[in-house]
Design a protein around this ligand. Structure first.
Ligand code: K1U
Ligand code: ZN
Length: 180
């Protein structure tokens, strides 16, 4: 469940990350049913892509794979990788927390989103073994943000229509500048 050790293969790959407002970010991901070498290889590639970005989380949706898998590492030391497969929130605190969020699919944009301050998540690991994890702080924010990705929702879609418009314009202008 944790530790940055890739026993399966040493040939990990960096995967391209979809950028908002790509409509593929709005697809709903399907449950994982096969826990095989291909799944472990994708999990390793996602972890490497997240660390390289750098980010603290990544959902399979963001790399155009529409299955319910998430990788997260919120540790300072970047050695506490957690892979959540078929995650479900089984309990959420009534208390809410307002936190500034970022997203590798919306580069350079940060804004506040309100979510339950603590959640309990049931999931499976890459071998299909079930586990539960109590999440608080950045881990709670991150798992809820990533589960939104699996449900086809990007964090900026919580913001006002005016803010979303401004973000789309900003990203379009930046892309045009980069292409010039
Ligand atoms: O979903 C993603 O694109 C990953 C996202 C996770 C996240 C971070 C903060 C709040 C909510 C969700 C990121 O990792 S954005 C990059 C980032 O915040 C970060 C990067 C390096 C170190 C610490 C944070
Ligand atoms: Zn994101």
């Amino acid at each position: 469940m944790s530790g940055r050790v890739f026993a399966e293969s040493d040939a990990v790959a960096l995967l391209p990350i979809l950028e908002y407002p790509d409509p593929r970010l709005n697809k709903v991901a399907q449950p994982v049913t096969q826990f095989d070498a291909a799944l472990r290889s994708l999990a390793a590639d996602m972890a490497e892509t997240m660390y390289a970005a750098p980010g603290v989380g990544l959902a399979a949706t963001q790399v155009d794979r529409h299955i319910r898998m998430i990788v997260i590492d919120v540790s300072e030391t970047k050695d506490q990788l957690i892979t959540f497969i078929n995650p479900q929130i089984v309990w959420a605190a009534d208390e809410k927390a307002l936190c500034e969020e970022g997203c590798l699919s919306v580069p350079g944009i940060y804004d506040e989103v309100e979510r339950p301050a603590r959640v309990r998540v049931a999931a499976q690991d890459v071998d299909g073994r079930p586990f539960e994890r109590e999440c608080e702080g950045l881990l709670a924010v991150c798992i809820q943000h990533e589960m939104d990705h699996l449900n086809g929702k990007v964090f900026v879609e919580y913001l006002s229509a005016l803010k979303q418009d401004r973000i789309r314009t900003k990203l379009k202008k930046r892309k045009a500048r980069e292409a010039a």
